[in-house]
Design a protein around this ligand. Sequence first.
Ligand code: ADP
Ligand code: MG
Length: 687
Amino acid sequence: MVDLNQNVQYVKTVGPTKVKYLNNLNIYTLGDLLTYFPREYEDRSNIKPIASIQVGEEATIEARVVSEVSINRIRKNMVILKTIVEDNTGRCMLTWFNQTYIKLRIKRGETYRFFGKLTKEVNHFEMHNPVFDEIGKERNTGKIMPIYPTTYGLSQSAIRVAVENALASIKGEIKETLPEYLLKEYNLSGIENSLNEIHFPTSKDKRLEARKRLVFEELLTMQLTLLELKGKNEEHTGISFNKNVKMSDVINSLPFKLTKAQLKVLEEIDNDMEKNKQMNRLLQGDVGSGKTVVAMISAYKAVKSGYQVAIMAPTAILAVQHFEEFKKILEPFEIKIELLLGSTKPKKRKEILADLASGKIDILIGTHALLTENVLFNKLGLVVTDEQHRFGVKQRETIIAKGLNPDVLVMTATPIPRTLALILYGDLDISIIDELPPNRKKIETYAVTKRMEQRVNEFVRKNINEGRQAYVVCPLVEEKEDDEDKNADLKAVKKWTQIYQDEIFPEYKVACIYGKMKQKEKDEVMENFKNGKINILISTTVIEVGVNVPNASIMIVENADRFGLAQLHQLRGRVGRGEYQSYCILKYNSNSGEIGKERMKTMQETNDGFVIAEKDLELRGTGEFFGTRQHGLPEFKIANLFVDMPMLKSVQSVALKIEAEDSGLKLEKNKELRELVNKKLKQSISL
Ligand code: ADP
Ligand code: MG
């Protein structure tokens, strides 16, 4: 049997140079390569008569070459080769750019198969850069071709050939990864066949059959892993917090009345906290639904029962904000709260660490800085992570390990459809705040193009003159954070700040904030925005999560079509947090793609995070990965949560059945499953 964990470098044609590029695609082992699934397929199997092909259609033709291949050098680096081919139904011109070897390969009078996209020129049809085969030696045509996501330095065909060789190397040598009885019961095809068919399908049906099996395996592995994690959690005895500490003491001191949903959620948390079992609860609530105050009240319960609390937020801006809000509400109860950031000065830091270890500090709020080894608690009883999708499993575990089975509350505004949440967060109990505080006005959203710029600016001016404030969010220059230009963010922000300050609103105070700014400067800017000294705040998406300035009523997003729906919804959630009518203005490019436009439409139509989440899943469609960071969803290699929802549901019941019969997967017949889960556990721990 082959070892799927062997380095991908040993696959024929790969070698040391290609390895580097494959690593960029997260392909390290033979197994990784075999499970690097095609993004889509190109059907080159049907040969079509030239006359029957629609303009714009990709098709394979079988045609005779009726002219010599001509070569024209039109510029220094540009050579064009042309020839004419025909079949019984029509003629077509073929054009290649810079591929002079074609001249040697294609002979007048011979017949070949060509595959390419048909275009219409003034008075003839044309194919650009078609791939071709000699008849009887088909490599590039006549079959369904996989299309892989590629990366710089790796061509489509390099990946294809590597996969081909990988498949050849496992022929008859790969161990089945699912138990025999499951394959039979659910009518699934074997692993070797499935891998072959998913990469190089012999027909569409065969491909779908292969996909079904691979999706089944991936989802089942996830479900069994979650069940196991959940089982482990339940074994833990935890702290039972003091029944005589009443959450209502804080609730009654608040300047507002809690919503029914907040009260219900607090009751669930209160119950969990009093039980001598470790709480593992996910608190979901749309942006602005008031999760922070729930965390505060839970923290109160823990502190007054004699324990310490850790609150971890993904950005310093958010941690600072929490720190201030917690102090406002909880200091009157003589609770000592401190803030620890990466930028905290050594002297202050030392002081905090000492007070934390001695138990003088009751609540420590901070960023990833809390994870550092020498942050030691005296008696950590409750861990709260805000915007949990920004943290990895590992980080959550690190902070939890600083206490002795502390209760855990993870909060997220990432709206995941409830059915999905129940399945995906199988290891957590779920509370949902499904109601916004009263008197919130619906945020009005407008998607506008360049044409509307003038009106938008006047509108902003009117609102600022009435005392409101505005955010402007600009996108990264590149989609990905590119190492090449570490300051790309900064440049973008600076550019927009200049435009807004000098050209559009010279009469107002415009300032900017971005991720890499010094903490002290960030604090200053946020402070001045909060107290109204800054009218317009230009920002990258660092303000995406959690920031709360109720007087800000306008959110402008530049190049909005470049953002995902979930992210736009988060950004919109920065306004509409106070009593004022708020607006979200999404500036987009009128020639942005269909998906971009569809997103704009969705944003205008609804404010409901859950509806938006469903739409987001739908628009991402088949084949595309979900960004884990944006969604808080696990990443899959082949499953697609939108398309495969029915499969997920049935797999869930399969998993429950297996778990009921063989908890721990110790039976011989489940040994393959045991292996899959072990592998998954190892991956999720090393995230
Ligand atoms: P999120 O759930 O997005 O984290 P926050 O906790 O930041 O929301 O709350 C948003 C705003 O709503 C804050 O200013 C908070 O003080 C306020 N708020 C929370 N609960 C209520 C309530 N029940 N009534 C009125 N305002 C509330
Ligand atoms: Mg929040």
